[in-house]
Design a protein around this ligand. Structure first.
Ligand code: SUG
Length: 443
């Protein structure tokens, strides 16, 4: 094993949940988003829940970073759609013309950082750099507005060209729909050891819900990242899972080091999928939840597989699952987890987090983070202003307390005070973290 493999680590970058968090029912095929459409949201509680999860990860010794919330409502998009005048006038006019335009430019959906980008660690790439491709998120209007600012943030955080390559979102719209790391995994002996990369695409031609990730998009990302074809596997997500509400593969499977934790019905051709992975990576260990124990409906309802599966630093080979509370409230997943822990496998402990505000829009613990595996040298090249410690999390909590609304209903999105407060909050945030004028409204 190389020295780099010994010292590599995984940093989780979470999307800091923004002040306009709301439930607008914008995501077809995402059952939670549809179920809660129009319900009042609790932005302050949402952001505090996210910060508490980051604190837990830090306490386990897992390094933590953040992405700043995107500027919302996004007036530049309203402008591009022909609205003119003061911010107040544009917001009022858009809401009167078509409320969906306003909900789409107001979504706080950048919180789901698993969809921000696909990341390939340097051990996998031909040029020995960590590669990032910002996701175009073309399948949904509100999310298609994220890619440009995501690329800007990535280029700021991972700016050192000796270690990092940041690629713009793929062009091609829905034809090249790319949802980032939510449909991507990596298998290797350790984070820093050469591994294989796993891209999961969907088709679902006769289903009622769209497949968001196109195979062509995954292939383009693999080319951009200069991955070796022998160590890259493309698998089709099962149509049954998409129809059950698994709009991203990370709702039914997750990888970490040599482990694939998956629902039996995650892949369209289960046996073929495991065989392809084993051929590329003989050290694979599959931890599979059988459908007879956990139905797809319960997997989607509880987000069991949208747990963060993390290696515990200093505890050779041991992993922890960071579970959403909903897995404890679902009889089948609770029983399955009891059995899993008693089985003595690599998953040595579980931690339950409350991220209910995000869950109500279809985002579990794993959706809220982007994993970036790096060597010590690469870690040292990351912009430290985006890395967290206890004191910075405390400062962010105070910032949330000061600026975030307690509740937000859809009509509230048209309130010009929300826009003003949101920009003030983001402006203060850039001062707090000393990141400079990163937002359009500051330039
Ligand atoms: O893209 N929900 C997000 C949830 C993303 C979860 N991410 C992963 N599985 N990795 C989505 O569907 C709902 C917004 C609304 O309806 O207001 C939303 O965008």
């Amino acid at each position: 094993m190389s020295a780099a493999a010994n010292t590599a680590m995984e940093i989780n970058f979470d999307g800091l949940i923004g002040p306009t968090h709301n439930y607008a029912g914008l995501s077809l095929g995402n059952l939670a988003s549809a179920r809660n459409a129009g319900a009042p949201a609790r932005p302050k509680a949402a952001a505090l829940q996210g910060l508490r999860k980051m604190r837990l990860l830090l306490s386990l010794g897992v390094p933590q970073g953040i992405f700043l919330p995107h500027e919302r409502p996004h007036l530049a998009t309203l402008h591009a759609w022909g609205f003119r005048g003061s911010p107040e006038a544009m917001i009022a006019e858009a809401y009167a013309a078509d409320p969906a335009l306003l909900t789409n430019v107001s979504a706080a959906s950048s919180m789901w950082a698993a969809n921000a980008a696909t990341v390939s660690p340097s051990a996998d790439t031909a040029d020995g750099r960590v590669h990032f491709t910002a996701a175009n998120l073309a399948s949904n209007l509100h999310r298609s507005l994220e890619g440009d600012f995501t690329a800007r943030q990535l280029a700021t955080i991972f700016s050192d060209p000796a270690h990092f390559a940041v690629h713009e979102p793929l062009p091609g719209g829905v034809h090249m729909g790319d949802e980032g790391a939510a449909n991507h995994g990596r298998l290797g002996a350790q984070h820093g050891a050469p591994g294989i990369e796993l891209f999961v695409y969907g088709e679902n031609p006769s289903g009622s819900f769209p497949a968001r990730q196109r195979r062509r998009a995954s292939e383009a990302v693999a080319r951009l990242h200069r991955l070796s074809p022998e160590r890259t596997v493309f698998l089709q997500q099962s149509n049954a899972a998409i129809e059950a509400g698994a709009f991203h593969n990370d709702v039914v499977s997750v990888t970490n080091e040599h482990v694939l934790f998956a629902h039996e019905q995650a892949f369209e051709d289960r046996d073929g999928a495991y065989a392809a992975l084993r051929a590329a990576f003989p050290g694979l260990m599959v931890v599979e939840a059988p459908a007879s124990e956990v139905s797809l409906a319960d997997a989607v309802g509880s987000y069991l597989f949208n747990s963060q599966l993390v290696s515990l630093p200093g505890r050779a080979g041991e992993m922890a699952l960071i579970l959403p509370a909903e897995t404890q409230e679902t009889a089948s997943t609770r029983a399955y987890l009891d059995r899993l822990l008693a089985s003595g496998g690599p998953i040595a402990e579980t931690h339950v987090v409350e991220v209910r505000e995000s869950m109500r829009n279809g985002g579990g613990p794993a959706c809220l983070r982007l994993r970036v595996a790096v060597t010590q040298d690469e870690a040292a090249a990351i912009d430290p202003r985006f890395l967290m410690d206890e004191a910075r999390l405390t400062a962010l909590e105070a910032w949330v307390e000061a600026y975030y609304p307690e509740t937000l209903a859809l009509e509230g999105l048209a309130d010009p005070i929300l826009h003003r407060t949101a920009l003030e909050a983001l402006d203060t945030l850039t001062t707090l973290l000393d990141v400079g004028p990163i937002y359009d409204f500051q330039r």
